[in-house]
Write a protein that binds this ligand. Structure first.
Ligand code: RIB
Ligand code: CA
Length: 325
């Protein structure tokens, strides 16, 4: 039985590989893909998503989501309170980016749907006869908006498997992971919704590094998607290293792990049910994910946190999905 999922992406390089896995693994019924700002402004993430759909011959519909966070932009000063990591820049006169603004792929012929993502999400969930798993791998803005507009959708959501947060690992600031930092208020709304939520954190994704060897295995699948995924991975490794964001020449395929967890939970080797919260203050810890391990922490809490993953299992599943049909 295929898992019925709705993806929320900010396509980006690892989002692109996650889309490939979601569509080529034959494990999922992808009800739709919502695209928001995040790794790049919405115009770029949207076109990158449409380009990937055509590269893989995807039939999923694409919906335009939010162009910015709920309220974070209203308080720009809070971005000055800490050291923000950049994932793009100009080095030796050339643009270097972990998430390219424009994928080097043909202009897409297809377009996004006219219905805004949040409206489509609410309508799809309200009318869904079977449970749906939401798989957000970018900012949580659109899901938070939908929950605020129509709280009843909680009953149709089987689980949220979200790439976001980091307990002992951060990447955007010393305390925060990018997706949570981009919209901390949205992350808090989702975590407090009462919906079973599994956070595929940086703790888990940074325990399963991909390197040039894995890029070679992915390229050997022989498909166009495999070749492009290998190029994306190599660019991630090189760009993060050149920008000083990563000392080792390895990369985590964060979003791929989130999608894989839905169909193959064994790919995550350590998951803990933990009460947690996101800092929505405007200081050094803004966007940080913090756990509460006191004995009094509510046992009913619906949040599970992934801490470790199996890179070899991830790579095998990805190879199987991308091998030339
Ligand atoms: O921190 C990693 C997350 O931020 C991934 O989803 C990546 O695509 C970026 O959006
Ligand atoms: Ca992403």
């Amino acid at each position: 039985m295929k898992k019925r999922i709705i993806l929320g992406v900010d396509t980006g390089s690892d989002d692109a590989v996650a889309l490939m896995y979601a569509c080529m693994s034959q494990e999922f019924e992808v009800l739709g893909v919502m695209v928001s700002y995040g790794n790049q402004p919405l115009a770029y993430t949207l076109k990158n998503t449409l380009k990937i759909r055509e590269l893989i011959g995807g039939s999923f519909k694409v919906y335009k989501g939010s162009a910015g966070p709920l309220v974070a932009d209203l308080l720009p000063g809070s971005r000055l309170n800490t050291d923000i990591q950049s994932f793009e820049g100009i080095i030796d006169g050339k643009a270097v980016a972990v998430h390219q603004k424009e994928f080097d792929l043909p202009e897409p012929e297809g377009r996004e749907e006219r219905t805004p993502a949040v409206i489509w999400l609410i309508d799809t969930l309200v009318n869904s006869r079977e449970p749906v798993t939401l798989v957000p791998v970018g900012p949580l803005t659109d899901i938070a908006l939908a929950l605020k507009i129509e709280p009843g959708i909680c009953n149709q959501i089987q689980e949220i498997v979200c790439m976001g947060g980091g307990v002992h690992v951060a990447n955007m600031t010393p305390c925060a992971e990018i997706n949570f930092y981009n919209d901390p208020e949205a992350a808090k709304i989702v975590l407090e919704s009462g919906i079973k939520t599994t956070l595929i954190t940086l703790d888990a994704t940074h325990s399963s590094w991909f390197g040039y060897e894995e890029a070679g295995r992915i390229r050997k699948t022989g498909s166009l998607a495999g070749a492009f995924a290998a190029d994306l991975l190599i660019n991630r490794i090189d760009a993060a290293n050149r920008l000083g964001a990563r000392a080792v020449k390895k990369s985590a395929l964060h979003d791929v792990l989130a999608v894989m967890y839905v169909s193959h939970p064994e790919v995550v080797t350590e998951v803990v049910r933990q009460k947690c919260d996101v800092d929505v203050g405007h200081g050094y810890a803004r966007g940080g994910l913090f756990t509460d391990d006191r004995a009094s922490a509510s046992a009913e809490n619906p949040v599970y946190i992934a801490y470790r993953a199996d890179k070899d299992r991830m790579c095998s599943l990805l190879e199987q999905a991308l091998v030339r049909a």
